[in-house]
Design a protein around this ligand. Structure first.
Ligand code: MSP
Length: 518
C-alpha cells in the first residue's frame, strides 16, 4: 500500500457566498494536485466545507429553516463551485457528515482518556446580542462597552479545555528543526515569534449546547458541543479514517473497513490555507495530533489575501469578485490563469479588472492563443495538416522550459512555472516572426526550411499542452485535440522534444481565447 501525496484546502464557512479568496485557494491546490499527478505521483486532493457554528445556526433561524436543511442547500452551491473551478478533488468533506462526527468523537475520547481534557468554569463578560464572550480588548478606553455589544453581563460559564502548554517547547523545537513545516519562511517566523513570546494558554474546545446547539456533542458530556476549530481541523483526518488508513485508524482505535482495501494518505503532504488561519494550523493542529499520537502533516502552505482594486473585498461595500461571473464571461482557464500568474503563493494580491483584461489579451489571446492558432493553421494550409520530419531549432528552448517547470512545480512555485512556460511561448512567437513561414511558403526552393519551421512550431504546441495541463486543463486538452493527439496531455514525461511523429495528421485549428475587443 503506497502512501499517496495528500493535499487539502481549508474548508470554507458556508454562511456567505463563495468569493475570489475561496476560489483562489482551491485553484492553487488543484494546480499542485494535478502537477503531482502529471509528475507521476498518486495524489489525493481533499476540499470541503465547515458547517457548524453560531453564524450558521443564526442564519438558518433567520430563514426559518433547520440548520441541517440550510446546510444541505448551501452544500449544493459549494460543491457546484468546485465543479465550476474544474477541481480534480477526490473527495468533498462536510463537517456534518456522519463519518466526520465519528472521527471527532474518537479524537475527543482519546484525549479525555489520556487526561488531556478538563472541565473548568470561566468568568467573563458576555454580549447577549452578539452571543459571544468579550475580552478586555473589546472594552472602550474608559472601561465601558461599546453600544454595539448590547447588554453585557458578567457570566460564569463551564467549558472543556485542552491542555496545550505542555507541548509548547516541543512545538518550538519542531518548528526550528523542520523549516519547511510552515511556508513561506516569514509565516514560520511569525509562529515561532508567537510561541516564544508567551505561555500557551489551554484551548477552550467546547461551547455549552444550551447556547449553541449546532455542533458535534462531546461523546462524554452531551451538554457541550465541540468548538468549531477543533471540529474543523479534524476534517483532514476524517477522510483518511473513512478510507481505512491505518495511520489514523490505529491511534484513534477506529475500525478499518476490512471489506475494502485501505488507502494510505496520512500524514498530509500539504495543507493549503490562508494567512489568517496559520495559528490554528501551525499551533493548535500539530498539538492536537501530537497529543493524539498521530503524525504531523509535512507542510502548512499559507497563501496571501486578495484585495480588489486596492481595497478589502467586502460584500457590504460591493467590492467583490464573483468567480462564477468571471468564469461565465471569460472562461474557466482565463480565471485560473490570472489568479495563478498574478499572485505567487505567500504575499497578498490585488485583483484589478484592467489587469485581468490585459493579461487575457496579451498572454492568453495574443501569446498562447495566437501561437497555437497560427502554428496549426499554417501546418494545415501548407502541408495538409501532415507533420513533417523532426527539426530541432526550438528544442533547447523547450528543454530549458521543461526543466524549469519541473523544478518549480516540485517546489510549488506555480507563478514561476507559468513564467517559464511563457518564456517558451514568447520565444516561439518570435521564431514565427523571424522565420516568416508565410514568406517561405511562397518560394518552392524554401520548402525544406518551411518543413522545419512547421515541425518546430507544432512540436512546441504539443509540449505546451503538457506543461500547461496542471494550470489550464481545458485549454491544454483542446490543444491536444487540435493536434489530433488522442488522450489527455497529463503526463509530464511526454513533454520531451520529438514526441510528434512525421506523417501524423493534426485535427482542426480553432481559436483558444476569443478576442474581447468591446
Ligand atoms: N472554516 C475556516 C477554515 C477551517 S480549515 C480547517 C475558515 N473558513 S473561511 O471561509 O473563512 O476561509 C476559507 C479560506 O479562504 C481560508 O484559507 C481563508 O484564508 C481564505 N480566504 C478568505 N478570504 C480571502 C481573501 N480575500 N483572499 C485569499 N484567501 C482568503 O477560515
Amino acid at each position: 500500500m503506497n502512501k499517496r501525496f495528500y493535499i487539502t484546502t481549508a474548508i470554507d464557512y458556508t454562511n456567505g457566498a463563495p468569493h475570489l479568496g475561496h476560489a483562489y485557494e482551491k485553484v492553487i491546490t488543484d494546480v499542485i494536485a494535478r502537477a503531482r499527478r502529471s509528475l507521476g505521483q498518486e495524489a489525493f486532493f481533499l476540499t470541503g466545507i465547515d458547517e457548524h457554528g453560531q453564524k450558521v445556526q443564526q442564519a438558518a433561524q433567520a430563514e426559518g429553516k433547520t440548520a441541517q436543511v440550510y446546510c444541505d442547500e448551501l452544500a449544493v452551491i459549494w460543491q457546484s463551485l468546485a465543479t465550476k473551478l474544474g477541481l480534480s478533488n477526490d473527495d468533498f468533506i462536510r463537517t456534518t457528515d456522519a463519518r466526520h462526527k465519528k472521527v471527532v468523537g474518537a479524537i475527543l475520547t482519546k484525549l479525555k482518556a489520556q487526561d488531556d481534557l478538563y472541565k473548568n468554569s470561566h468568568t467573563g463578560f458576555y454580549s447577549v446580542r452578539e452571543e459571544t464572550f468579550l475580552t478586555e480588548k473589546d472594552r472602550n478606553p474608559d472601561g465601558t462597552w461599546d453600544p454595539k455589544w448590547g447588554q453585557v453581563n458578567e457570566l460564569i460559564e463551564e467549558n472543556w479545555y485542552f491542555k496545550m502548554g505542555k507541548h509548547q517547547q516541543w512545538l518550538i523545537d519542531y518548528l526550528e528543526a523542520n523549516p519547511s513545516f510552515v511556508q513561506p519562511d516569514y509565516r514560520r517566523n511569525e509562529v515561532l515569534g508567537f510561541l516564544k513570546s508567551q505561555p500557551l494558554e489551554d484551548l477552550c474546545i467546547t461551547r455549552p449546547a444550551a447556547r449553541l446547539n449546532w455542533g458535534i456533542p462531546l461523546p462524554f458530556d452531551p451538554d457541550f458541543v465541540t468548538y468549531v476549530w477543533f471540529d474543523a481541523l479534524t476534517n483532514y483526518i476524517t477522510v483518511p479514517a473513512s478510507l481505512g488508513d491505518p495511520a489514523v485508524c490505529e491511534p484513534l482505535s477506529l475500525s478499518t473497513n476490512s471489506a475494502q482495501p485501505s488507502t494510505a494518505l496520512w500524514p498530509a503532504d500539504v495543507h493549503v490555507i490562508g494567512k489568517d488561519i496559520v495559528k490554528f494550523h501551525a499551533v493548535y493542529w500539530p498539538i492536537m495530533l501530537q497529543a493524539a499520537g498521530l503524525a504531523l502533516p509535512k507542510q502548512i502552505l499559507a497563501h496571501g489575501w486578495w484585495q480588489k482594486e486596492g481595497a478589502k473585498i467586502s460584500k457590504s461595500t460591493g467590492n467583490i469578485v464573483d468567480p462564477i461571473a468571471v468564469i461565465d464571461e471569460w472562461g474557466l482557464d482565463a480565471f485560473r490563469f490570472y489568479v495563478v500568474r498574478e499572485l505567487d503563493i505567500g504575499p497578498d494580491g490585488n485583483w484589478t479588472d484592467a489587469g485581468f483584461r490585459a493579461r487575457y489579451q496579451a498572454e492568453l489571446a495574443n501569446g498562447l492563443g495566437n501561437l497555437v492558432n497560427r502554428s496549426l493553421s499554417m501546418l494545415k494550409r501548407y502541408r495538409d495538416g501532415i507533420v513533417p520530419a523532426p527539426a530541432n531549432d526550438l528544442a533547447d528552448d523547450a528543454a530549458k522550459a521543461i526543466a524549469e517547470v519541473r523544478s518549480k512545480l516540485e517546489k510549488n512555485e506555480l507563478q514561476g512555472a507559468l513564467q517559464s512556460v511563457w518564456a517558451l511561448i514568447t520565444r516561439a512567437n518570435q521564431f514565427v516572426d523571424q522565420t516568416a513561414p508565410f514568406k517561405l511558403a511562397k518560394d518552392p526552393a524554401q520548402a525544406p526550411r518551411l518543413d522545419e519551421v512547421l515541425y518546430n512550431l507544432a512540436e512546441t504546441c504539443r509540449i505546451l499542452a503538457v506543461l500547461l495541463w496542471p494550470f489550464l486543463p481545458t485549454t491544454s486538452t483542446r490543444i491536444n485535440e487540435q493536434l489530433g493527439i488522442s488522450g489527455s496531455p497529463d503526463g509530464f514525461a511526454t513533454a520531451a522534444w520529438g514526441g510528434l511523429k512525421q506523417g501524423h495528421t493534426i485535427g482542426s485549428p480553432a481559436p483558444l481565447f476569443p478576442r474581447k475587443d468591446a
